[in-house]
Design a protein around this ligand. Structure first.
Ligand code: M6R
Length: 366
């Protein structure tokens, strides 16, 4: 039931603090991440040389964030493969490879086939899934459930933030087991994440919705991000395509001068996800330069930046603030305004945000 909300999507966006809190629950003990479901797998985590994360759609963007986190904390080479590509080539996998699948439904045929294929090739398989007892977790050696609760809207929102949370937990769990985790500050930050999401929802909802209302006639929107902001640019674009039928593309900000900057003409709306200058002054300054480059060509720049980031102010037409967070935690905060934007724009166009045309919630055919 929608419980008073205008749509399931609106309800599910609002449920994200709880979805993330429930996914963390019972998995942090004495300042360390210990995922009980992974008990007995220490040898596996120590022995692997390679991780491949496989998924489709929004889950594949969560996977990209997971790549950064697992490499950073567990120091194991990690690649992301779309499930439907993975299975139709001859990937180098074996018993030193851990194949992680991510699926909200646990029934996506492409992802299921990729898991079966990986197992046949001798890889160990772990699934991150939101649906208890679904086919993909049943076909996997281990499962880490996200506890986002049922997701009804076709456009995935709370499952996505829960998937990223599960990947952060997994990265911290593996880092502890492999003894590669040198900094415990990330574990301490997990507990604050739900409140920070709630604060974005509270402070930015009306601002972003108003922005979308002004842009109902927009024909194209671009999204730029760097580091873990890159997958969020991809996710922001997918949300907009799916429910508002507006042409949207996400790019790695560093790619701009390799092609996409040719798209910039006066009035072109561009969302830019700016990483905190506290994490890397260099990465931050690169993104600020990108903003200047597109602004000089007339782009209408909507910046998502951490509170207090004054460097972006002179170049932004609009600034959406997110609370201060560690580098791996920013994606879960930065995606929220993009979800609200897509939803508000679709609503302004009079569209049904829960049931976009041509799409099914769960894609059970190849
Ligand atoms: O159930 P799954 O997580 O396996 O679904 C994967 C994709 O089909 C799904 O994320 C899709 O991209 C959503 N409609 C995105 O909003």
């Amino acid at each position: 039931e929608k419980g008073g909300w205008s749509s399931f999507m609106a309800k599910e966006v609002a449920e994200q603090p709880q979805a993330v809190a429930n996914t963390i629950l019972g998995r942090v003990h004495d300042g360390q991440v210990v995922i009980p479901e992974l008990d007995g797998l220490d040898e596996l985590f120590i022995g692997i040389n390679r991780v491949i994360i496989t998924a489709c759609g929004t889950a594949s963007y969560a996977a990209l964030v997971g790549k950064y986190a697992i490499e950073q904390w567990a120091r194991v080479a990690t690649d992301v493969e779309l499930a439907h590509e993975f299975r139709y080539r001859d990937p180098v996998i074996g018993d030193d490879t851990l194949v992680i699948s991510i699926s909200q439904s646990g029934e996506t045929m492409d992802t299921l086939m990729a898991v079966k294929y990986a197992r046949e090739r001798g890889a160990r398989t772990l699934s991150i899934c939101n649906t208890q007892g679904a086919t993909i977790p049943r076909e996997s050696d281990a499962v880490v459930y996200t506890h986002a609760g049922p997701e009804v809207a076709v456009a995935s929102t709370k499952a996505f933030s829960a998937q990223i949370t599960a990947l952060l937990l997994l990265g911290l769990h593996m880092g502890r087991v492999r003894q590669t985790l040198t900094d415990d500050s990330a574990v301490a930050e997990l507990a604050d994440l739900p409140d920070k999401i709630a604060s974005v929802l509270e402070k930015e909802n009306d601002h972003v919705a108003q922005l979308a209302g002004w842009m109902a006639d927009t024909r194209s929107v671009l999204f730029l991000g760097r580091h873990v902001g890159y997958p969020i640019a991809l996710e922001g674009a997918l949300k907009l395509k799916e429910i508002s039928y507006i042409h949207a593309e996400g790019f790695a900000a560093g790619e701009l001068k390799h092609g996409p900057i040719a798209l910039i003409e006066p009035g072109q709306p561009v969302f830019v996800i700016v990483p905190s200058p506290r994490h890397s002054a260099l990465i931050h300054s690169k993104v600020v330069s990108n903003i200047q480059e597109i602004r000089a060509r007339g782009a209408r720049v909507i910046v998502i930046a951490e509170e207090g980031d004054a460097a972006v102010l002179p170049f932004a037409d609009e600034v959406i603030h997110i609370p201060l967070a560690g580098p791996m935690f920013e994606p879960v905060l930065a995606v929220v305004p993009l979800q609200i934007f897509a939803m508000a724009l679709a609503t302004a166009k009079g569209l049904d945000v829960d049931q976009p045309r041509n799409l099914a919630k769960s894609v059970t055919v190849e």
